[in-house]
Write a protein that binds this ligand. Structure first.
Ligand code: APR
Ligand code: PHB
Length: 383
């Protein structure tokens, strides 16, 4: 269920193992291919997309980055990934581009991918034959399945269909949000800049040599109408600006406010239904982990399903939740750590500021502290 990164990568992995699946998606193809979301691929995510044959455009157009910069108290400090992580890097490539490549690959397999399905209901997952009922092109359809993969994101139906009491929810809301823009302007720096500033956090990212992606910390209830383009550029300039450095401006082509929260449900399975990606966990975007975690989940799930279909061995499926939750919680911690270190706390005091600055100067001056940040950022191989 769901044709985001989790559902599409899972379907492709199963296809490569000769296992049939039906992918159901409530939105249109057009919508999915243009929804602006995350953009950082860990080394392991990019390698997996390559290995399954959907990495051609990613290798051509993706921007390989060997570090990030942390900015505070008027200075930038570079964290170099390859030297701190045994040669690992990240690739900047928009999530909607990954989704485009995966949809094209799925359609090429001629296995089913149905867009704009309606009235989805899942049931019977505690039996041997779970069912999915849905509407498609005016018809009512019932699918009988061996398994259901709930890859339907944070507002999907799969998690909601699990009986109350079977899941435990772990949650944290943050008292701020990100106002994000896409601008038709060349990036002003070769690498991402994470800036801690007394007016609030700002992030300089990019999508291509001609498109910049920028974010500002704002209030969770921020009204976009109060942010004409000029105010956005002024605020970005204040928070990211340094002597001798200018922020390239350009037409703003996309503008939005996203709330920030941490959320995990345990276990990530109920009978023959497995949750993967955003349907089971949300991270604040500061660690750039959301898409990478979704891919890591389905990689484990595909192995478990293959063992079951190939030799009737259900042991890996039984362990699915426990196995993936170790990485999920590592990423939850890293995302919380980056978020707490870099954002201004509205009810924070001078003591909080001193602690944040102490942490920032530690990660920028101690090779061991920098290596810890770097290995989490590029993605841990074994968790
Ligand atoms: N039936 C079918 N599809 C559904 C339903 C439903 N009832 N509800 C939601 N969906 C679809 C959504 O339209 C969406 O396309 O499920 C898909 C879930 O995809 P994502 O939200 O992209 O989630 P996931 O694949 O887990 O990828 C996680 O998304 O939010 C980002 O930062 C996050 O990058 C991470 C990635
Ligand atoms: C992005 O480019 O959208 C992006 C980059 C880094 C983050 C979050 C978002 O931490």
């Amino acid at each position: 269920m769901g044709a985001g990164p989790a559902g599409l990568v899972l379907a492709h992995l199963l296809h490569l193992k000769g296992i049939d699946s039906v992918v159901l998606e409530s939105q249109s193809r057009e919508y999915l291919e243009h929804r602006v979301r995350a953009g950082v691929l860990e080394q392991g995510t990019a390698d997996l997309l390559d290995a399954i044959g959907v990495g051609d455009r990613l290798r051509r157009e993706g921007l390989v980055h060997e570090g990030i910069e942390l900015q505070f108290e008027g200075e930038r400090h570079r964290i170099d990934f390859p030297s701190l992580t045994g040669g690992r890097r990240i690739t900047v490539y928009g999530q909607q581009e990954v989704v485009k490549d995966l949809i094209a690959a799925r359609l090429e397999t001629e296995r089913p991918l149905l867009f704009e399905v309606t009235d989805v209901a899942v049931g019977g997952f505690e039996s041997d034959s779970p069912t999915i009922r849905f509407g498609h092109e005016g018809e009512k359809i019932e699918l009988r399945c061996d398994f259901i993969a709930g890859c339907d994101g944070s507002h999907g139906v799969c998690r909601e269909s699990i009986p109350e009491g079977a899941l435990t929810v772990f949650e944290r809301e943050y008292p701020f949000a990100w106002l994000g823009i896409l601008a038709a302007a060349p990036p002003s720096n070769d690498e991402l800049i994470y800036a801690y500033h007394e007016r609030g956090f700002a992030l300089h990212s990019m999508r291509s040599p001609t498109v910049t992606r920028l974010y500002l910390q704002v209030r969770p209830d921020e009204d976009l109408d109060e942010w004409p383009d000029e105010r956005i550029w002024d605020e970005l300039e204040r928070r990211l600006g340094l002597e001798g450095w200018t922020l390239n401006n350009g037409e703003i082509t996309e503008k939005g406010v996203t709330g920030m929260r941490s959320f995990v449900v345990e276990p990530m399975q109920c009978g023959r239904m497995f949750l993967a990606g955003d349907s089971a966990h949300i991270v604040p975007p500061t660690g750039a982990k959301g898409l990478n975690l979704a891919v890591a989940d389905v990689r484990v799930l595909a192995e478990g399903l293959a063992a079951w279909f190939e030799n009737g061995d259900g042991s890996a499926l039984e362990r699915y939740s426990a196995d993936v939750l170790r990485r999920v919680w590592r990423a939850e911690h890293f995302s919380w750590f980056m978020t707490s270190m870099l954002h201004r706390l509205e009810d924070g005091d001078a003591f909080d500021v001193k602690l944040q600055l102490a942490q920032l100067s530690y990660v920028c001056s101690s090779e061991r502290a920098a290596a810890s940040l770097a290995e989490n950022y590029v993605g841990l191989e074994h968790v």
